[in-house]
Each structure stands twice: as structure tokens, then as C-alpha cells.
Design a protein around this ligand. Structure first.
Ligand code: M6R
Length: 623
């Protein structure tokens, strides 16, 4: 949540910052701002409510010509309502220090009290502002001789910043400028992502590499408890005590076009269309010829150790949790006991885990605070953790013992689509491999399942042929305010996912239910004309779901059934969305697509802001 961008170099700084902010807008978009540090003109700061365009308009023709560095921010409010005063960058008393921050400073009110007693004047309701005043205070403290004497501004700024961040508790990615050190950006990271991009005679920083991918692919991922001093020709890293860290850069293999809309109206639609390709990428080189150790050696898990794992605990939030629920069903169908829990509900229960249970944490961003906390709790209990994520170098990969990347490419739309699909495929692959390692699935069967998995990208392409039909269908439904999604067994999490998609981008009320639960309460809400999206694919539970559909119809529901060729013969619905036939085990990968498209076109009819739905941010990095 919230996005930070920084730049020091010869380009037009405000252009680099605004462009970076646009790429990070998915992280939060209730307000934004930037600050530039000029050689003679000092700090120029501008903030705006709403979208980045408002900021771009506000600075046009007003920025100083002698600027040397800059920082910028797009906000998702935690402390203080969205307003210009609460927007970042925040200043110290004389606006000589400017700060942008992502995260939450948990001890901000006690720090603020102390600073106010010392005469500091605050002008916002945010937790972030204390950081600027703390740096100011530390500058004074050092200059008064209370600490190390530093004559030069840069070491002085470094030391004041270092001392200030040592006083913060909570989660933060923070960057700061000081008027007297115009070519230095100080940054620190604690439980909130920050990356530094290395250019030639210029350097970048951002919450996410997509902000500077256009300029460089050479990236340092900052660690928790790390400070960076970023200058035009260097980036140096230190721990919070001031000891230098030697870091190796990573090279990002995404290209910029992957992070752009490529002619689609919305990122969400582009990402729905990318699913065949991204499913292919998730599987590439991992399935055939079937080799028992291949996936385990990729993730660094010893095969014999994998063979001893009897039970799995999956943890995740939101859409990733729904993928985890599918994972649970698939693992169990292949003979391995698995539980799936919401990461936000898991931390206090981690101590009950059997030490031999492998924890699988699923997160597109790898930065979701609840998932990270749940991972740490599992680690404290002595469990090994496998991260399934899309994001190289993300926080979750640093906490986990093993990582399986989904390789879906950047997902920008707040509503997760292709990342969900990548997570499903990751689970399918893991389930086949773990089941084989345990001796439950024999190598021939494992190879056969891998062959079926490899059909998925083509079948996704075929499923996309439903798009026009769905677009037309949504014209009839777009004024509805209530939707039900029902499914059983492997399709139950897909019903949950369908309901979440439509809720988050269309702002309508939708419930996902295990169809067997309908008679235990929810059927009471069905009235004439209520759309009930029913997952009715060929499966062990088809007869049961058919019964549930009939019960809903008898109460006036308008049934939209997701079927395959076989099941369509016996399912009675008003509208059919037919997906290709596939092994029931993997059916979720196709069944979810019409539901994603349905949510997208309903939102389009309702003129909602599809890529930036209200109140949401792409990565939920606060709890
Ligand atoms: O980055 P993560 O996968 O950990 O994110 C988890 C959820 O916040 C995320 O899936 C959220 O539910 C999406 N907006 C759903 O579309």
C-alpha cells in the first residue's frame, strides 16, 4: 500500500517521478505528491488529492531548474483522511527535510508527544510526519555536539537519518531529502518493500521495480533493517547500526511492455487475456519429461525430506487464499492431508502446528502483511515454509525456506486474475510432485497428470471465446445488486473467487457459497430474478449441484451455469457458459475465467474504475 519513487540524476526529475508514480498508482491512489531538491532553490514540494494527473497538472511549469534529486509518493490512507495536508511528502518544521513513507509507525503518537514538547509543530494527522521531525531533531542533536561531529552535510544527514529510523517501530519504507545534501536520498526499510535501481550516472528507488524498469533492470532489493544512501553515482547499503552491507544486484527479466496495457482498455482485461501465456510460463521446464526431483531441486527442498511430509498448511489472503483452498482440495484428492487458512486468522494458532507440517504461503506480491506475519509465526514454531509468489526478492521469499515463483509477469490490476491462475497451476504441480514423492501417485500417473496440465494454456485460449457472449449477457444483469455464486468441492473456492471479483470491482453484493450450505440459511435470500452463478462441471458432485440449482430455480433464481460439454447435457439453466472438458482436478483453471470476465463486464457496464477500485490497494502491506 502506498508507492514510493525516488530519483537522482540528470533527467527531468519530475518526469521520472510522475511516470514512476503512474506505474505505482495501483498501490494506492487517494492522493499523491512529490518533492524536488534544488541546488540553490531548496525544497520544492507539491501535493494533490486524487489521481497522479492532478499532481502532474499542478507542477507543470512550476518546478525549479536547479533540481538534483526528488522523491514522490502515491497514498492509500491509513492515518488521517485523504486530504492535501495528509498527503506525502511530509516536512519538518522549516520544510528543509521531506519524507515519504509506506507502512505504519506504531509508536508515532509517543514520538509525536515528545517532539511537541520540544517545540515541533505538526501540520498533518499522519504517522509519517514524525519521521521528518525526528530527523530534524537528530540533526540538531548532532550539530549541538551531542553525538559525532560531522562537518559535511552528507555524513550529517546520513547519521541523523540513521538515528531517527532507529527510533521507529512498525513497518516502514521511508525515503528522505535534506535541503543541504541535494544529491543524496536516504532510505530505510523495515517490513515494507523498497528497491534501488542502478543506472549509469543516475539511480532510482521505488516500492516496486515497475516504476523504473524503463531505465534499468539492475536492481538491489533492500532488506529489513537496512539503510540506503543513494547518490547519482553510487548506492550504498548499511544496517541500522551504520555497518556497511555488501549486496549483490539482481537482474529483472520482465520488460516494460509486460507492465503496460498493450492496447487493452484495462490492465484487468489485459491480464485476463494473458492467462494462457502466463500459465505456460508457470509450467515452463517444470513438468515433462517427468523427473521426480526436478521441482524439489528448483525450490531447494531435498527429495527425501519432501517424501516425509505428511501434512500441509496453506496460508494466504483474498484471492491467494482461494487458490490455497483449491490447493487443499487437489492435495487431498492426491492423498495428502492439507488445511487452508486465512493468514489474517492464523498467527495465534501457528503454535499448534505439528513441526513436520510444511507451511505453504501464497502471495502474488509477496508483501501482504498478514501473510508475512503468519509465515513468521510458523517459523517461530519451527515449521518449514514454502512461498508461492510472483514477485522476485519479495519479503515473503526472504522469510521462507523455499520459494516457487509463479512467473506470471507483473500484475497491475488490483483485481487479481492471472496471478490466481498461476497459483492454481503451482498447486497442481506441487500436488502431483508431493503425491509422487510420498509414493501415492506412481510415476506413470504423475506423468499423465503433467501431460494434462500442459493442455491448460490451449484450453484457456478456447475458454476466452466466451468473452463476447459474456459481454452481452452482462447487459441484462448490470443493474442487479445481489449475486450468488455456488459450487461444491473443487469448485467451491472458484465460487468464492467469482463473488470476490465482482464485489471488488463492481461494488455489488455477492456471496460465494458451498452449494451444500444453501439450505442451511442462504437460500432464504433468493427471490425472483436473482442471478445465481452455478459451477456445474463434470465432477463427483455434479448430481448434488444439479439438485441445488433446481432448489434455487424453484425460488425464482436466474441460473447462469458454468458447464462443460458433458455436464451441459443434464444441467438445466437459463444461461450456459461452457468451458472445455478437462480433468476435474484441474477444472478450476478454466471455470474461473468466465467468472473473471463476468465481473469485468458488469463493472464496465456500471462504469466502475476497474483497475483502481475504491478503497482498495494492490498490496495490503498493513494489518
Ligand atoms: O499479494 P497477495 O497475493 O498476498 O494479495 C492477497 C490479496 O490482498 C489479494 O489477492 C486481493 O484479495 C485481490 N485484490 C483480489 O483480487
Amino acid at each position: 500500500m502506498c508507492g514510493i519513487v525516488g530519483y537522482v540524476g540528470d533527467r527531468k526529475i519530475e518526469e521520472v517521478l510522475i511516470e514512476g508514480l503512474r506505474r505505482l498508482e495501483y498501490r494506492g491512489y487517494d492522493s499523491c505528491g512529490l518533492a524536488l531538491n534544488g541546488e540553490k532553490s531548496g525544497i520544492y514540494r507539491k501535493r494533490a488529492l486524487g489521481r497522479i494527473d492532478n499532481l502532474a497538472r499542478a507542477i507543470e511549469g512550476h518546478t525549479p531548474s536547479d533540481k538534483r534529486s526528488g522523491i514522490a509518493h502515491t497514498r492509500w490512507a491509513t492515518h488521517g483522511e485523504p486530504s492535501e495536508d495528509n498527503s506525502h511528502p511530509h516536512c519538518d518544521c522549516s520544510c528543509e527535510i521531506v519524507v515519504v513513507h509506506n507502512g505504519i509507525i506504531e509508536n508515532y503518537s509517543s514520538l509525536k508527544d515528545e517532539l511537541e514538547k520540544k517545540g515541533h509543530k505538526f501540520s498533518s494527522q499522519t504517522d509519517t510526519e514524525v519521521i521528518a521531525h525526528l530527523v530534524e531533531e537528530k540533526l540538531k542533536e548532532i550539530s549541538r555536539g551531542a553525538g559525532i561531529k560531522h562537518a559535511l552535510p552528507e555524513p550529517l544527514f546520513f547519521e541523523a537519518f540513521r538515528r531517527a529510523v532507529n527510533l521507529l517501530s512498525g513497518s516502514f519504507a521511508v525515503s528522505a531529502l535534506w535541503v543541504k545534501a541535494p544529491e543524496l536520498i536516504m532510505s530505510a526499510r523495515m517490513h515494507s518493500p523498497l528497491t534501488v535501481g542502478m543506472g549509469e550516472g543516475e539511480n532510482f528507488l521505488a516500492s516496486d521495480v515497475s516504476a523504473f524498469l524503463k531505465y534499468t533492470k539492475k536492481v538491489y532489493f533492500m532488506d529489513d533493517g537496512e539503510i540506503a544512501a543513494i547518490r547519482r553515482n553510487s548506492a550504498e547499503f548499511y544496517d541500522f547500526k551504520g555497518k556497511k552491507n555488501n549486496k549483490q544486484p539482481s537482474i529483472i527479466n520482465w520488460d516494460l511492455s509486460m507492465a503496460e496495457k498493450g492496447g487493452y482498455r484495462h490492465f484487468m482485461l489485459k491480464e485476463i487475456h494473458e492467462q494462457a501465456l502466463s500459465a505456460q510460463n508457470t509450467m515452463a521446464g517444470r513438468l515433462l519429461p517427468f523427473e521426480e526431483k526436478r521441482i524439489f531441486s528448483e525450490i531447494g527442498l531435498d527429495f527425501n525430506e519432501a517424501a516425509r511430509i505428511k501434512e500441509l498448511q496453506i496460508i494466504a489472503c483474498g484471492t491467494a487464499f482461494h487458490a490455497g483452498l483449491v490447493g487443499k482440495y487437489v492435495f487431498e484428492r492426491l492423498g495428502i492431508r492439507a488445511a487452508a487458512d486465512l493468514a489474517s486468522e492464523f498467527e495465534s494458532r501457528a503454535a499448534l502446528l505439528d513441526r513436520g507440517t510444511l507451511v505453504i504461503a501464497v502471495s502474488q506480491s509477496g508483501e501482504t502483511a498478514d501473510t508475512l506475519h503468519a509465515v513468521k509465526a510458523a517459523k517461530r514454531n519451527g515449521n518449514k515454509v514454502l512461498a508461492v509468489t510472483n514477485t522476485l526478492g519479495s519479503s515473503i521469499t526472504r522469510e521462507a525456506d523455499y520459494t516457487l515463483y509463479t512467473h506470471c509477469g507483473p500484475e497491475i490490476g488490483v483485481a487479481s486474475t492471472k496471478a490466481f491462475l498461476g497459483q492454481l497451476i503451482a498447486f497442481y504441480m506441487l500436488a502431483v510432485n508431493f503425491s509422487h514423492a510420498r509414493g501415492i501417485t506412481d510415476p506413470q500417473k504423475a506423468e499423465q497428470l503433467c501431460r494434462q496440465l500442459l493442455l491448460i494454456p490451449d484450453l484457456i485460449e478456447k475458454t476466452m471465446a466466451l468473452e463476447n457472449k459474456i459481454e452481452k449477457l452482462t447487459e441484462a444483469f448490470s443493474s442487479k445488486e445481489h449475486y450468488l455464486f455456488i459450487g461444491r468441492d473443487l469448485s467451491y473456492p472458484i465460487a468464492l473467487e467469482g463473488a470476490l471479483k465482482i464485489k471488488e470491482i463492481s461494488y455489488v453484493h455477492a456471496e460465494g457459497y458451498a452449494a451444500g450450505e444453501m439450505k442451511h440459511g442462504p437460500i432464504a435470500i433468493i427471490e425472483k430474478g436473482m442471478p445465481v452463478l452455478s459451477l456445474a462441471l463434470s465432477s463427483q458432485s455434479l448430481d448434488l449441484i444439479k439438485g441445488n440449482i433446481e432448489e434455487a430455480k424453484a425460488r425464482g433464481a436466474d441460473i447462469i451455469a458454468v458447464v462443460d460439454e458433458e455436464s451441459k447435457k443434464t444441467v438445466k439453466a437459463r444461461h450456459y457458459l461452457e468451458v472445455p472438458q478437462i480433468n476435474e482436478l484441474f477444472s478450476g483453471a478454466l471455470a474461473v475465467i468466465p467468472l473473471q470476465l463476468f465481473a469485468y463486464y458488469i463493472a464496465l457496464q456500471r462504469k466502475c474504475d476497474i483497475d483502481k477500485p475504491r478503497n482498495l490497494a494492490k498490496s495490503v502491506t498493513v494489518r
